[in-house]
Design a protein around this ligand. Structure first.
Ligand SMILES: [Zn+2]
Ligand SMILES: [Zn+2]
Length: 174
């Protein structure tokens, strides 16, 4: 059963954030914006993760992103690690290893961390070669996952914490 916007706002006692309600694939779809505004090239979607409270892993703020120029897609996939095709988090590597790099430049790392992909079975660098701090470390892996992993359908019970929110949504058979 799909949950309407007014019902979901009252269910979780949150304020209606503005915009038009956009129906997700199901209640556990982390990718699809619940709220959209504008049309065509001006269409923007509200990030469903950033709007959550810091306590619940969000940022407690409204982040509207262009749907037309893939800003939305980029943000969800490479800022949050949510697959556009499945609406679920990318699966992590199945193993890690440290590899010594053969001819590192001065500003580059001598060793690099790699993760093994369950899909293609390859070892993929999960960090950059440059010796600098990056904002979202997981991005290297997510970029590989976006191009390699097909649409997966993980059991939502393995993805979500089974807190009161989860239980409310599960009650709707979502
Ligand atoms: Zn976000
Ligand atoms: Zn792969």
């Amino acid at each position: 059963m799909l949950i309407s916007s007014s019902l979901s706002c009252s269910l979780f006692t949150v304020k209606f954030p503005s915009g038009t309600y956009n129906v997700p694939r199901n209640a556990f779809d982390l990718y699809t914006p619940r709220m959209v505004k504008g049309k065509g090239k001006d269409k923007v979607g509200l990030c469903p993760i950033c709007i959550e409270s810091v306590k619940r892993g969000g940022e407690g703020k409204k982040v509207w992103l262009s749907m037309k120029f893939s800003a939305y897609n980029y943000h969800l996939q490479y800022r949050h690690g949510i697959s556009a095709s499945s609406g679920q988090p990318y699966l992590p590597p199945i193993a890690f290893r440290i590899t010594v790099r053969r001819f590192p430049q001065k500003t580059e790392k001598a060793v690099i961390k790699e993760g093994k992909c369950h899909q293609c079975k390859k070892w993929v660098a999960v960090e950059g070669v440059k010796d600098v701090e990056v904002k979202v470390k997981e991005m290297f892996w997510w970029k590989h996952a976006a191009s390699c992993h097909g649409p997966s359908n993980q059991d939502v019970r393995t993805i979500f914490e089974q807190d009161e929110y989860f239980q409310k949504l599960e009650g709707f058979g979502a």
